[in-house]
Design a protein around this ligand. Structure first.
Ligand SMILES: [Zn+2]
Length: 390
């Protein structure tokens, strides 16, 4: 069977049997089987079913890390591909099955080219990207020290089922994905009769004032070229027109593109909410739920990755990513500690309209596995060329 056909078979086996979260025993088993016989030092996770594989090059040198996430989503698949999910309510709707197969492919290519390797390659097969902080847990369990020394660079690829032409790689230096946090604000007053507000302490007008003030604050306090998005998506208070409630509660999603604005927005929003509450004699509780940090590519590593795509696959296979996207990724935790680059890869199946094809996370999302061998080749070349430069 050809290299590409083999990866397609693995990808489809993963796709048929998706697993969610940090514990992916069947997925882990498939990866271990696929890596079997390669000259790798393999370790599995304790708190999650991760696989860390180290390939030692023929010559000594530093280490480079390549990462794939492996988890699926709680989505009921509605495609009619022959390899669709056999499990109700679980689907590889974000293409992580392709990422896993591409990294297995890279492992095979690299194992065959060990003589060229001046250093080590750490292969990071990660569960729990979809909100369970799998990358952070793997870092805590030592993935960044798996080869002995900290990697000098780290790379990852994410496929997209829409918008991007099939086979096109995009990246950029600097922020590529947002940090996402949740702000919950509880405004506490004192309930009473709607006819006599002076005998109560009404939390509703103050909470409304805070909601609008948040938007004003965002437009006045942050650089427009380092954007901040605050959206209040839920607001709850009261039960009837003539009853003043004790409290009003709202939740906002907060998206930022730099660590600096992320820190400042947390402080700024809380100060504003508390200050407005205090002005009305109310108490305000603010709670931040931390999501993933900003995914920031190293400028030089992004340029190196772009150059590698152009040299290995062709000039027309690369396009600069025009702006960051507002989604988030836990590969950000790796890129906080190791300079590297995260690339996106178009995988919209032929025959689908790029503009309207269902997006990642949709029950109808489809990813074309024709991109697998190129993805694997690129990962392997990034490692070989980066080690040759170090
Ligand atoms: Zn994803």
């Amino acid at each position: 069977m050809s290299f590409q056909d083999d990866l397609v078979e693995l990808r489809r086996a993963l796709h048929r049997e998706p697993e969610i979260g940090l514990h992916l025993p069947r997925t882990q088993e498939k990866v271990l089987t696929a890596l079997d016989g390669l000259p790798l030092e393999i370790a599995t996770g304790e708190r999650l079913s991760s696989v860390t594989a180290v390939l030692r090059g023929a010559r000594p040198g530093p280490a480079v890390l390549l990462r794939a996430d492996m988890d699926a989503l709680p989505v009921h698949e509605k495609t009619d591909v022959p390899y669709r999910s056999r499990l109700d309510g679980r689907m590889h709707a974000c293409g992580h099955d392709l990422h896993t197969a591409m990294l297995v492919g890279a492992a095979r290519l690299l194992a065959g080219r060990r003589e060229e390797l001046a250093g080590d390659v750490v292969l990071m097969f990660q569960p729990g990207e979809e909100g369970q902080e799998g990358a952070r847990l793997m870092i805590e369990e030592g993935v960044l020290d798996a080869a002995g020394a900290r990697p000098v660079a780290a790379y990852g690829i994410h496929v997209f089922s829409t918008t991007i032409p099939r086979g096109l790689f995009l990246t950029k230096g600097g922020p590529v994905l947002a940090a996402v946090d949740t702000l919950t604000v509880t405004v506490r007053g004192r309930g009473g009769h709607g006819s006599a507000p002076h005998r109560a302490l009404d939390p509703i007008p103050a909470a409304c004032e805070i909601v609008t003030a948040l938007q004003t604050h965002v437009t006045r306090a942050y650089d427009v070229f380092d954007p901040v998005v605050v959206t209040v998506g839920s607001f709850h208070a009261g039960t009837a027109d003539n009853v003043i409630p004790d409290e009003a509660v709202f939740e906002a999603t907060v998206r930022t593109f730099s660590a600096g604005s992320r820190d400042r927005v947390k402080e700024g929003l809380v100060r504003l909410a508390r200050g407005i509450g205090e002005a009305h004699g109310l108490s305000v509780d603010c709670a931040f739920g931390n999501g993933y940090p900003v995914t920031v590519n190293d400028d030089a590593e992004a340029e190196f990755a772009a150059q590698t795509v152009r040299e290995v696959l062709g000039e027309d296979r690369y396009f600069p990513l025009p702006t960051p996207a507002t989604g988030s990724e836990d590969f950000s935790y790796v890129l906080e500690q190791v300079p590297g680059a995260f690339l996106v890869l178009g995988a919209c199946p032929p025959g689908r309209d790029l503009a309207t094809a269902p997006a990642n996370h949709s029950a109808e999302a489809e990813f074309d596995d024709a991109v697998l061998s190129d993805g694997a080749t690129l990962l392997a070349e990034l490692a070989i060329r980066r080690l040759a430069r170090a």
